[in-house]
Design a binder for this molecule. Structure first.
Ligand code: BG6
Length: 475
């Protein structure tokens, strides 16, 4: 079976500044740089962000490799701590300006559309220490100054902008689950950070409308949408699923696209005493500055059941998951290396949800992928990784994405995570996601079998779905 995608469909992959560039010539440290400098033992094999995949030094060769595997678009992020010299005044770091200039020019020269995010989990650590990071209203203003500088410098050449990547991860991992610096557990702070980032996103969009120099320019936000699937249709599981959707998806999706928070979410936060400090002006800015389009990161579904522990337990930290528990569905299909369920059908559900509940706003898959350990297991004598599992993973996801497009969902592209194996935060280089392998000792980069396969899909807009896959899914 062959699935035909639209002619102008975006084909490519996403990475980010902190995960690919390395810290070369970056005067300031971001939160993850600081965490590595102070607690290297938290990182897999003690590998930090210092070299990453060396994009700072090898971006021309790297971008050429992306061209070699058929990309017409690619996302990366501008690091605040690299572009800006003085955060208060947003004066520029000349080498940072030059670097992103050269990167953007190189993408365009190679015929690849640069898609730029302004934040990918990174925050200059001095803003954390001085002001409390995303808990501070002042930091919102500093972020907007940085965003404005980026628009003034690059919007004549960059059409596609995104304010934040997965903002919920910043709030959850920094203030609830202790995966990101400042690694604290405080529900009220988590909700405040989530709200402040939403305001920052809206204010950056407002600045974009003023300072963007490109009539074709568009701005959006990248959200990790994780559809909740209830363990059963019993009322309490259904309620848990409704709540999981509020916290995991709608907390950013509704204000970003519709300009308003779900009233059920506000009333829960109010009742639980964890509602954010917000002004009417801030709600107004959110209302008036919704996105032009959406990036959707999708890795795994979220199966939920009613919570095991009563919300009335004593001396517990406030956690959103007092309203739902993770349900370990027997027989689920797993990527064991990352511990994530594989459920490509969710891409169809995401597409239909956007169509039916979010005005069918244009969107693209901004990340999707499979992180596998010890990929050298599948390397041949020429050094090529035969990652058939990745080809199957992407084929299955594209199959269901295509179904959503056929059902009228307004999806305009598919980006995999990631083009070239890159540094994965605390997991460092444990799991590899790329179409292109990186040897982290030599920085030699080699296209995997999946990269060669992707080139054909991207260049023809045709997805060949083998019978064993289509047989599984055809309704
Ligand atoms: C996404 C992030 O959540 O998932 C990426 O935007 C990240 O930055 C990717 O690398 C894969 O997750 P992980 O934790 O395996 O690197």
């Amino acid at each position: 079976m062959v699935k035909k995608f639209p002619n102008d469909f975006w084909w490519g992959a996403a990475s980010s500044g902190p995960q690919s560039e390395g810290r070369f010539n970056k005067k300031h440290s971001s939160n993850f740089d600081y965490l590595y400098d102070t607690r290297p033992e938290l990182f897999y094999d003690n590998v930090g962000p210092n070299t990453a995949s060396n994009f700072y030094n090898s971006f021309r060769e790297d971008i050429k490799l992306l061209k070699d595997i058929g990309f017409n678009s690619a996302r990366t992020s501008i690091q605040w701590a690299r572009l800006i010299d003085d955060f208060e005044t947003a004066t520029l770091d000349p080498d940072g300006v030059r670097f992103y200039n050269d990167v953007i020019d190189e993408y365009i020269k190679q015929g690849i559309r640069p898609v730029i995010a302004l934040n990918h989990f990174d925050l200059p650590v001095e803003l954390e220490h001085k002001y409390g990071g995303w808990l501070s209203k002042h930091v919102i203003e500093l972020y907007v100054k940085f965003a404005r500088k980026a628009f003034e410098l690059y919007s004549a050449r960059v059409v596609d902008w995104f304010t934040f990547n997965e903002p919920i991860v910043v709030a959850e991992c920094g203030y609830l689950y202790q995966y990101h610096y400042p690694m604290i557990v405080d529900g009220k702070k988590a909700m405040q950070a989530a709200f402040n980032i939403q305001v920052a996103s809206a204010k950056a969009i407002e600045a974009f409308r003023k300072y963007n120099e490109n009539p074709a320019g568009k701005i959006g936000i990248v959200l990790n949408l994780t559809p909740p699937y209830p363990a059963s249709t019993i009322e309490w599981d259904m309620l848990a699923s409704f709540h999981a959707n509020l916290f995991k998806n709608r907390m950013f999706l509704d204000p970003s696209v519709l300009g308003e928070y779900p009233k059920e979410l506000l009333s829960i936060l109010e009742n639980d005493g964890v509602i954010w400090d917000a002004s009417n002006d801030e709600y107004q800015v959110i209302k008036e500055n919704t996105v032009d389009y959406l990036g959707v990161n999708f890795y795994h579904p979220f199966r939920v059941k009613s919570p095991e522990i009563s919300a009335d337990a004593l001396a517990t930290d406030w956690m959103p998951h007092r309203y739902y528990d993770h349900y370990e569905m027997p027989g689920r299909r797993m990527n064991m290396d990352r511990g994530w369920e594989i459920y490509p059908q969710a891409l169809y559900d995401i597409g239909i949800n956007i169509k039916e509940n979010y005005g069918n706003i244009p969107w693209f898959v901004s990340e999707n992928g499979i992180g596998i350990s010890r990929e050298e297991r599948w390397t041949d004598e020429q050094g090529v990784v035969h990652d058939n599992y990745r080809i199957q993973f992407v084929t299955e996801h594209l199959y269901h994405l295509h179904e959503a497009i056929e059902a009228g969902s307004n999806c305009f592209g598919y980006h995999m995570w990631t083009p070239i194996d890159c540094w994965s935060w605390c997991n460092a280089y444990k799991n590899r996601y790329g179409f292109i392998a990186t040897d982290i000792r030599t920085q030699i980069k080699t296209i995997k079998k999946s990269g060669h396969w992707f080139k054909t899909v991207a260049e023809t807009n045709n997805l060949n779905v083998p019978k064993d896959i289509s047989d599984k899914f055809v309704k």
